[in-house]
Design a protein. Sequence first.
Length: 812
Amino acid sequence: MEDLKHTHTSKTALQCSHCGEKVVTEFKNHDDEEHVFCCTGCRAVFNILASKGLEEYYDMKEKGPIFKARGPIKENKENFRYMDSSEFEEEFVQYNSETGTKTVRFYLEGIHCLACLWLLEKLPEFKKGITQSRLEMSDSVLSVTMEKNVFISDVAKEIADLGYPPHPLASKGDLESFEIKENRKDLSRIGVAAFCSMNIMLYAVSIYGGAEGALAHQFAWVTVVLSLPVLFYSAIPFYKSAWSTLKKGTPSIDQPVVLAILVGSLSGVIDIWNGKVDTYFDSLSVLVFLLLFSRYILKKAQKKGLDSSLAGSFFGNGLAHRFNSDTGQFEDIYSRFLKVGDNIKVMPGEIFPADGDITKGQTSADLSLLSGESTPINMFPGTPVFNGTVNLGNPVEVRVSYVGQDSRLGQILEKIQQDRSEKSPLLSTVDRLAHQFIVAIFIISAFVLGINWYLYDGAIAITRTLSLVIVTCPCALALATPLALSRSLNLAAKAGIIIKTFDVLERVARSKSILFDKTGTITYGTLSIDGWKDLHQGELSSKDIIYSLEKFSNHPIGKSLTQQLGDEGVNELPVSDFIERSGLGVSGTINGISYQIKKIEGKTGSYPTNTIGLYGDEKLLTIVSLKDTPRHNAKRLIQKLKDLGKAAFILSGDSKQNVARIGSAVGIETEKQFSEFSPEDKHELISQMPDVMMVGDGANDAMALQKANVGVAVSGSVEVSLRAADVYLTTPGLEPLTNLVELSNQTLKLIKRNLVISVVYNLLGATLAALGYITPLSAAILMPISSFTVLFTTLYGTKWLRHFVRQSEVTL
């Protein structure tokens, strides 16, 4: 398959070689400068036609008048068949060998409310062979997973039959292109409805103002003519939605709207034919305009509020130093504006803002975020560097090869993002309630229609019922929960708290206990020298020997000893035959004597268990006791966790003496201290404790993290850690953990508040509509207000989170 190239273009006259649409993002085949496409969908169809020898299609398109109409690809039941070709599958389909399934992503036109979400996620019930269907409402992107033997064209037909024309996606450029096309189409429908409505109102005002006789009758027929573009063009989305849901036997808010449009327009024509001039064409046209306009604004607000790009949130608005060839200087820009091929400079202590290769300078880097290893790696010209890793040494220049979501870290975060498509129990419950709410609206509407028809007349009954249906749109109810969860998870990512799935916040808030593996959370995780005792004096200093041996070690204890002894100005001795064995320490030969540093076995007097010894020719020469120091704010933050309703425990493999020392220092009670626990012991204890959080190392504590109700990893690589854990903290310590607990509590409070607002609004609106205090036009104006209220309260309600985002923000 040829490589795909795409660039942004400003050429206003550039048109797609397949569909003829204006090209916003330019797509090309490799080594083919003649043909340009607006998206990979058009490119794929073009390539398939070319491979089948069907290029004459384009000659016919130019010659025949039926092919002259320009616009995006019209997907009907016949031309979906190209989706079954091997070329299409190679570019658009993702296979999962473990489950024997394949997944395709579609951009769908016409997504606007909860009914769309509910209906599309019911695809597995409508079409045999589909195993999962997940809709991202913020982007109108549907991910469909199906068995390998299912034809993709059949799935596309099913989606189209529901009233949502599908367009396959292979890249972000595709999504942008389809969004622009649909946005243009939406604005066109709104513009036509607005123009016609205003002109209809001019004639309607004349009729209401007293026009009589033939003139009034002529004005009435003019309103009919002006309403035709509204009825047969602007209102098309309502017809499609109503018909598709009616075929599936599911309720839809658009069904009574369409009924009102059809009944109102038909009765209006009959009335004018019979000599009457008071009709509903002005009201119907304005109603269509207001509904289209409010849905358009709401869709934009939903996209902004539900934009849940984890990579975008995590990378944030960090600065990068990019070389400007015009000035010959490095200039600061936001890292999100970096492009492939840019030359950047990364200073010591800064985070590499993109993947690339070093072109100038030498340094060392901390790759622990990706590799899990804390050992600095030396970097030279030609060495690859990765987004999210830290430059520890000297200034270096880097040529950018991958940016943002295309970087190695970006791909990891995108995988986590895809895992979030699984609905949390709370989201599923809210969706179920919202669907039941729609059914309830129809039942109440039928009751209101019958009562008002009996008490008054048909016109009043229809008006009040239509007002009720419009004003009680459940969009706010559907928006409240995902908006709050998405907003909270994105703010958490900016603060260096990577949360795997939406339901984690629910589980954190429900957890009653937090179990700590003390190293790296309660303590700094770096052992320091607590005691030193030479049992035998030799020709060489014991500190010189230990320093010289441990300098070659990759173990954290060895690195800590090397740093502390180096600060004392010890001497380095020549070492031969150096060996490091996991769990057995280090050994080497100095001046012909074989030395070994390892954990002391047997009784060692009053020294704690966390003690190492220097052996010379298997004789114990020196005893060194080590200790881990509690973090300076550990006691205060553990008390804060207790105040938030969480019981704190220590669950460690360290000695009882060390655990007791740390526990008492940070305020954890003796009965909540567990020492000398193996990974299996931790797993067993957690299985006996309900609603518990485990905080530990992403790799070493994998069993415990996976068993806990919520697993929080504080070290190791983000990719490996999140296989077992639910949360990854890029910043060690307790501050991010307390922020996580506060975030969970506040988010659930916010969700409850939003749901209350939605329910109260709908109850109040339904009551006023049923009593005749709200007209269909005013209902169309009021309909989006509840959604905007939810959006505002969510943005305002998460404003408090910014204080810890500023404190711990990961500037990438």
